[in-house]
Design a protein around this ligand. Sequence first.
Ligand code: FES
Length: 576
Amino acid sequence: MTDTPKPLRSSRSYGKLDRDGFIHRSWIKGTGLPDHVFDGRPVIGICNTWSELVTCQHHLRDLAEYVKRGVWEAGGLPIEFPAMSLPETQMRPTAMLFRNLLAMEVEESIRANPIDGVVLLGGCDKTTPGQLMGAASVDLPTMVVSSGPMLNGKFEGRDIGSGTDVWRFSEAVRAGEMTLADFMKAESGMSRSNGVCNTMGTASTMASLVEGLGMSLPNNAALPGPDARRRTLAHLTGNRIVELVKQDVRLSQILTREAFENAILVHAAIGGSTNAVIHLLALAGRVGVPLALEDFDHLAREVPLLVNLMPSGKYLMEDFCYAGGVPAVLKELSGHLRGGAVTVTGHTQAEIAEAAECYNRQVIGTLAEPFGPSSGVWIVHGNLCPDGALLKPSAATPSLLTHRARAVVFEDIEDYKARIDDPDLPVDETSILVLKGCGPKGYPGMPEVGNMALPRKLLAKGVRDMVRISDARMSGTAYGTVILHVSPEAYAGGTLALVQTGDEIEFDGPNRRLELLVDDAELGRRRRVWEANRPPSDFTRGWYKLYIDTVLQADKGADLDFLVGKSSPDVMRESH
Ligand code: FES
């Protein structure tokens, strides 16, 4: 990481005194830039996923202005450009279908333009991984500024959490314990400021892992969206990215195997979203770091659950911020951290941890007094999921982590919705609910439906959790004994496709096993029937077709097969 004398990448466009240089400079001077800024200073792209379609990224235009201040102050030239926003709560059939499209857009926007370094502005669940994956495939100096969480939700004088309380309230309405009027009233108090979900859902998990990976300044994850200190963080990021360009510190120098191991340790300590597993696997694939599904389980065994946040605990992201945020977690993890991992700050993770403090032990526990046992995710295998499946034990019911029972099977989400509340559904509280057709190819896009709501007749009896198995994902804000990401998925011919109502399934969480107790001869017979009756795909054109034809399974990160890895940031040919 030494100062480099070689000309910057942008000089190949703005440093030329010929017709090409004229074209590149003239058409950007039209935005109001004077001659003297084309003096060879670093050009910093600000990749902004601002949108009015969701509150998560609604304030990013404002935040971008503070990044620009910092870039100008440090002697760089800031240029903001858009990238598609992925509003988790608005996009259909699921925002995950478009994560890889965002990654493609970000990658080619960075590569094609005269940019020396990048600041990624994003927040909602899929934007952070999508932007990082795209940037990783170009490999310029890169930093992240996240949206920051919303303020705590409020309802009838108490705190309520994004997503987590939606699931609770809707179950309460279905069970007749909450009126529809109160349900509607809670809606306005849940999301009452800019920022991402205020629970430790996928967005805040990914922002926390950004810190664990070393890709942002400290406190990026927890400072609330409306907090003035987030603007300050944006300003300081603008300062720092100019230095990273001058020192030629590329993203691949930060995203090492040690960085990913730190991120997995943080993930376990915060009780992070199951979605992060898919995103980290995909990101590792882009930078060429060997990372396997099993790494999450093995590394997570090193640390207990330290953070008492919904959905695994009680508090919200605003509380986490005031308690010390991710740096305070890193401090607790000091003995386990790969402390020598260098971050974009120029400091190692050990140095960041050393400087941190915890201000509230109700929110951030210690290794000696954690909030729960070893958390993270459990990776299970067996004939029902030969390539793996996962479960978040901190969000599950302990007594269900070992369970043998008969399956009640739904062939797809429409079948589930049509029958789940049927009084004649052959289900009781010991049953295992199985949902097919919700994997990357099958839905398509692998939606967050794995935490399927329980049958109304069981809710009325007071049942609040059951073992549920699917090839879907679940929201990072959700909870329950939910086995997700079954690979291969049903649509791709996984054993899941062959399960029938009445089959026995054995889940042995402590030994990480998930077995369909049907003999091989019978499974072979069912497979032949399944293959003979497989319907043609409904998706024959556009992004859907490209996605279905090329998406990898969940255990590989659900990237498109031809996007794994990276290309040079160089573009050899001129445009005119
Ligand atoms: Fe954007 Fe939850 S909907 S972070």
